[in-house]
Design a protein around this ligand. Structure first.
Ligand code: SF4
Length: 326
């Protein structure tokens, strides 16, 4: 078996029905598939659990499986391994990274913290294990606002790595926050002009936006929330049409929950590039999942001491979230 490009290079026999073989292997190996909402619909449909980063972290910790196959990106599989170090955690393609996680380098981040002492460090889950190990409390877009609000009024904060989410929370809470200058290339790619044009063509549509989007896009939003919050909103809201400014993978679940509603993906600034889709998330395919379960590779392996340090701020997030009923 060969892993030179980050995934198992094996061509399954043409007669193999990938979906039924994956289902069979899951059962035989006591494995579960955790899939992020940004995965393609065929992968979401074979997953044991689909969610955003917060729900997936909670699920990674609370399950009886021996193997967790993560249909998502590297930092998510790392988080699962940190929370469940006794389990085998598999990621079908090790090249499934994250531009946001990559925008925060551990050496530079350590210097940023040292240069600004006395601040509580809150980092988004979209970070490497090294960044988590430098952090006091992890957050996700589902709980970031509540976690900041849960700290005493005068507490000074460093927030990393997403500048858009950080600024959104700072504006909502008026807290003293120093914000790292990182961003997600997908959420910064939405075109304000194209969204406004869509709204003119569909005046009854509601614009719903992820907080990782830039300020001008957030300013035209009817609702801002995490991926899970956007899904809940479309389920409970009365409107029949929505313009969705986040990765369009979530639309599969929106359509399943509200089959009579219309969901329009917000266009990217460059209409020719398909940049509103996360190219890292889309590296995961059914074939790679099949090969990964079959050969139990690639496996996430992390240094024990690093995992122990990175687990503390994740646990703090999970404990606060539990207390707040999130
Ligand atoms: S959508 Fe952005 S933040 Fe999410 S995994 Fe892709 S690059 Fe990272």
């Amino acid at each position: 078996m060969l892993i030179t490009k980050g995934f198992v290079e094996n061509e399954p026999d043409k007669s193999v029905d990938l979906v039924s073989e994956i289902m069979k292997m899951k059962k035989d190996k006591n494995a579960i598939i955790l899939a992020h909402y940004y995965q393609t619909s065929d992968i979401q449909d074979i997953a044991d659990f689909i969610g955003d980063s917060l729900a997936l972290s909670q699920k990674a910790e609370a399950n009886d499986a021996d193997i967790i196959l993560f249909a998502g990106v590297n930092f998510m599989a790392e988080t699962a391994k940190i929370l469940a170090p006794q389990k085998k955690v598999l990621l079908p393609d090790l090249m499934a990274g994250c531009s946001l996680a990559d925008s925060c380098n551990p050496t530079e981040f350590k210097k940023f913290i040292d240069d600004n002492p006395g601040r509580t460090v809150i980092s988004y889950v979209n970070t490497t294990a090294e960044i988590k190990a430098l952090t006091d409390i992890i957050c996700t877009s589902s709980n970031a606002l509540k976690i900041v609000e849960s700290l005493p009024e005068g507490e000074k904060i460093i927030f990393a790595p997403d500048r858009n989410l950080g600024n959104y929370i700072k504006n909502q809470t008026d807290r003293d926050m120093l914000i790292w200058d990182g961003a997600c290339h997908v959420h910064e790619e939405f075109s304000l002009e194209a969204i406004v044009k869509l709204k003119k063509e569909n005046p009854e549509a509601k614009i719903i936006v992820h907080p990782e989007c830039e300020l001008p896009v957030r300013l035209v939003a009817d609702f801002i929330g995490s991926t899970a919050a956007l899904l809940k909103y479309t389920r409970e809201d009365y409107a029949g049409i929505y313009i969705i400014a986040t990765e369009p993978g979530i639309i599969h679940q929106m359509k399943k929950s509200s089959p009579d509603k219309i969901f329009i993906p917000a266009p990217a600034k460059d209409s020719t590039c398909g940049c509103s889709e996360c190219n890292f998330m889309k590296l995961i395919t059914l074939k790679k999942i099949y090969n990964t379960l079959k050969f139990e590779q690639p496996e996430i392996r992390l240094d024990k001491e690093l995992m122990d340090r990175a687990r503390k701020p994740i646990r703090r997030m999970l404990d606060i979230s539990q207390k707040l009923g999130l």
